[in-house]
Design a protein around this ligand. Structure first.
Ligand code: UDP
Ligand code: MG
Length: 327
């Protein structure tokens, strides 16, 4: 198929989604037939369940399917970035490969693009299908991010986005190691059209976002878009310095006039504990940013590609023959 004619690229980050690949490709092919020439790009993010085999099979059966396979798991953000870079379409849609982002919504996103919007964001309607825990934490988080950072995001924001070519080219020119795509897209400042959806149910496999990974993504989102926590650390330090001064005055006064200073053990312990905690907290904030500076200045790529539909390394085939298919 003439790739120059591709109008729509659909990027599917996939980490252990073997059961979902064939169904979602079939579904998208059916939906996009009426819309325009499309390519589907599966990004295998270090799966160990045969996702890569499913993508290979889909790509050899259908030239509209392409794939990129990482050497190991580099994370959802890296997978989206690789997909954005590989995409050739005039329009790029990024969505989960597990049917939680309903494929039927893609034509609606495209309709908003045809109205002239360069960014269309699908907005999850948080109803009973979403766990109360996720609902509450996500709402609190976007409020916190809005208060701290320079991006305003609505609750229910997801990595289900349509981006025009101009936007994709802009993002591809960015060198940030950690993208936090859903924040970056809003930071760019293009008007964002919204289409809301009820999340579908994951058809196969399990969620890879554990609570700790969600916390990590949340911290990345804040640190990527705000340096205010560093300033908060300074305010906290000033507040404790003021309290400390009061305490000094109190001890001097009691030493001079009350003379029972030996009884001060409790208050000393309390002061040590509180100040120790405050110092650890501030150090943690600073450490978070220092770590980011280190990661950004190393300028390593965010991912390493092992294989694409255009380049299947001979060595992979060789290893398979010698050692049997990879698990
Ligand atoms: N994903 C990925 N790399 C990862 C984790 C997840 O590419 O390290 C993909 C995953 O295959 C899915 C999407 O990102 O298509 C969202 O992940 P998941 O469904 O596990 O998260 P949840 O929807 O539960 O938040
Ligand atoms: Mg999911």
């Amino acid at each position: 198929m003439a790739s120059a004619a591709v109008a729509f690229s659909i990027v599917l980050p996939a980490h252990n989604e073997v059961g979902n690949i064939a169904p979602i490709v079939a579904e998208l092919r059916r939906l996009m037939a009426a819309i325009g020439p499309t390519e589907i790009i599966g990004v295998d993010d270090g799966s160990n369940d045969g996702t890569l085999d499913a993508l290979r099979a889909a790509a050899s059966a259908d030239p509209m399917v392409r794939y990129i396979s990482f050497t190991r798991n580099f994370g959802h953000e890296a997978a989206m970035r690789a997909g954005l870079r590989a995409a050739r379409g005039q329009v790029v849609v990024v969505m989960d490969a597990d049917f939680e982002h309903p494929p039927e919504l893609v034509p609606q996103l495209v309709a908003r693009w045809r109205e002239g919007f360069k960014v269309v964001a699908a907005q999850r309607l948080d109803d009973d299908a979403v766990s109360p825990f996720k609902r509450v934490t996500s709402r609190l988080y976007y409020r916190l991010l809005g208060a701290l950072g320079d991006v305003q995001m609505e609750p229910g924001s997801a990595d289900f986005l349509l981006l025009d070519r101009t936007v994709v080219d802009t993002i591809n020119g960015f060198e940030d190691q950690e993208l936090f795509l859903r924040g970056l897209v809003r930071w760019l400042g293009f008007p964002v059209a919204k289409v809301s959806y009820r999340p579908g149910r994951r058809r196969h496999g399990v969620s890879k976002y554990s609570v700790s990974r969600m916390v990590e993504l949340a911290l990345d989102g804040i640190a990527a878009h705000s340096v205010r926590p560093l300033r908060a650390a300074i305010w906290l330090a000033l507040a404790f310095a003021a309290l400390g001064m009061l305490f000094v005055v109190y001890s001097i006064v009691s030493f001079l006039f009350v003379q029972h200073t030996v009884a001060g053990w409790t208050s000393i312990m309390a002061a040590i504990a509180v100040l120790g905690a405050a110092q650890l907290f501030v150090l943690g904030i600073i450490g978070e940013y220092v770590g980011r500076i280190l990661r950004e200045t190393r300028r390593r790529p965010s991912y390493v590609v092992a294989e694409t539909e255009a380049e299947r390394p001979a060595v992979a085939a060789h290893v398979e023959r010698v050692a049997g298919p990879a698990r």
